[in-house]
Design a protein around this ligand. Structure first.
Ligand code: GLU
Length: 321
């Protein structure tokens, strides 16, 4: 059973690129008679915007991008409606999954795939500054990698705070992306990222991998800006002893001058298009054709959602931004 998800962070508005990611994930699931779910990635509480989850739900509803599992509004017409959740793999709001994430980090600590890092912000800043001066890529220098157990215990007893870092394997990490083909990264130049912050909250990387696995996601369809995170994720799947899902990274959306599509150069928020009076069918067609087309011989230029479901395939998604 194919299972895809849309996993936005609730930052306040839905970017047209986010709508395209949601649409392609939806179409891919529907075409293969699979399931599509919504998961809110709100581990970064500092970026949390009031009403953002409601807004994401409303926008997906407006476009009829239905999902089998995830948060939904009890009363869809009420902007302040209570949010309920449906599905067997919940909760689907990441900040409600902290205990699950903590258990999984503990598991990795026990298996030696992660380590506690007590370095202070001052030391890390100094280290990065030196690396930058030497024209090296800023990377944690693994000072805390092999701390003796007695020292770790003494530091904890002393009230020192720590983060938990992933021990990146120093090997080549390869995977086959369904759009980009064979991709490989050298593990040696990938930072030992933080998986658990000093306040005990997980970071995006940890939560994303654990939740995709526990929610039985088979295909991760997301923007190309996440491609460089994928080797970290694959290393995490391996550390847990899990089979990674398939990955499909969608091309970046660029302005005509090939700069990254941003608010400054025009409308990027889906709500803006809706407010201006564009029809949902028009916006969906526009989003569908940003990086995909049904191929030669197809005369139709206006597709309903149902027609898109039939015509869509990941093979026809472009590689170039
Ligand atoms: N929360 C990430 C975002 O905001 C999701 C990345 C992913 O789909 O894995 O885009």
């Amino acid at each position: 059973m194919i299972r895809t998800r849309f996993a936005p962070s609730p930052t306040g508005y839905l970017h047209i690129g986010g709508l395209r990611t949601a649409l392609y994930s939806y179409l891919f699931a529907r075409k293969s008679k699979g399931e599509f779910l919504l998961r809110i990635e709100d581990t970064d509480q500092e970026r949390f915007v009031e009403g953002a989850i409601e807004n994401l739900i409303d926008t997906l509803n407006w476009f009829d991008l239905t999902y089998e599992e995830g948060p939904y509004k009890k009363d869809p017409t009420n902007p302040k409606s209570e949010i309920l959740q449906k599905g067997d793999y919940g909760p689907y709001i990441q900040s409600q999954r902290t205990e699950i994430h903590k258990e999984h980090v503990a598991q990795l600590l026990a298996s030696g795939n992660t380590y506690r890092c007590f370095c202070t912000k001052e030391r890390l800043d100094e280290m990065r500054q030196k690396q930058t001066e030497l024209k090296q890529a800023p990377m944690y220098d693994r000072r805390c990698l092999d701390l003796p157990q007695s020292e770790i215990e003494a530091k904890i007893a002393n009230g020192e705070t720590y983060v938990i870092r992933q021990k990146m394997p120093y090997e080549t990490i390869k995977f086959k992306d369904l759009i980009r083909g064979n991709v490989q990264f050298d593990g040696k130049i990938i930072d030992d990222q933080v998986l658990m912050k000093s306040d005990g909250f997980p970071t995006y990387h940890l939560a994303n991998v654990v939740d995709d696995h526990l929610m039985k996601i088979t295909h991760v369809i997301r923007g190309e800006e996440w491609l460089s995170s994928t080797p970290k994720h694959i290393a995490l799947y391996k550390a847990f002893g899990w089979q990674p899902p398939e990955f499909a990274h969608l091309p970046l959306l660029l302005n005509a001058d090939r700069s990254k599509l941003s608010k400054r150069q025009g409308d990027v928020s889906v709500e803006e298009y809706i407010k201006k009076g564009y029809l949902k069918e028009a916006i969906l067609n526009f989003a569908a054709f940003l990086g995909w087309n049904p191929g030669a011989g197809e005369e139709n230029e206006i597709f309903t959602l149902k027609e898109l479901e039939e015509a869509f395939s990941l093979e026809k998604v472009h590689k170039a931004g």
